[in-house]
Write a new protein. Structure first.
Length: 195
């Protein structure tokens, strides 16, 4: 496991989130993402620690958005691969919007993303020379995000909230599986691929 993955998991597993509004919506069958963005009251238990966890998740989504946007505009991707990248980009934007809404409802201010120049430097996007390089980077980022969200599920104090982070993790895992396949990698033979 690389250092980026460990750092993301460590950050997101430090505290749980007290978002009872989502938990109630899950129990009555509403989508937790929709409930997260439509709940009008301030979320109980939403202290600074909870906001920090949400900010960490938001940072992961902003990083994914930047990676797909910048690499997608690099000219390195075929039309077919770009089409898939744009679908994944849309998923990350929806995740970002849901998380930002939760932060605001919890009394915080959603952190702004870094600049494209900062993401280019931090993700070493200038070193991408081929479509394979872009796909390998995306697969690594998706795997790291899936691991981070799985770690968060384990840290939640209100177990009914696990559905939201499980959904986020599942999206990231699906992205990783598609990218892993595109790289020609075999399906891993060991179980428990994430977490």
């Amino acid at each position: 496991m690389n250092n980026d993955t460990l750092e993301r998991r460590k950050f997101l597993t430090n505290t749980g989130i007290g978002l009872a509004g989502i938990g109630a919506a899950v129990m009555i069958g509403a989508s937790p993402v929709n409930a997260a963005t439509s709940n009008k009251r301030k979320l109980p238990g939403s202290g600074d620690g909870d906001i920090a966890v949400l900010q960490g998740a938001l940072a992961l989504e902003n990083e994914g958005i930047a990676a797909y946007s910048i690499a997608g505009g690099s000219g390195l991707l075929s039309a077919e691969v770009l089409k898939v990248a744009l679908v994944f980009l849309g998923h990350h934007k929806a995740h970002r919007d849901s998380l930002a809404s939760l932060i605001i409802k919890a009394g915080g201010k959603a952190a702004d993303p870094k600049s494209d120049a900062e993401y280019t430097r931090d993700l070493d996007l200038g070193s991408l020379k081929s479509q394979g390089d872009v796909i390998a980077l995306a697969a690594r980022l998706e795997q790291g995000a899936a691991n981070a969200y799985v770690g968060q599920v384990a840290a939640l104090k209100d177990r009914s909230l696990a559905t939201l982070f499980a959904q986020l993790s599942t999206d990231e895992a699906v992205h990783w599986a598609i990218l892993n396949n595109a790289l020609g990698n075999a399906v891993p033979s060991t179980p428990y691929l994430f977490g």
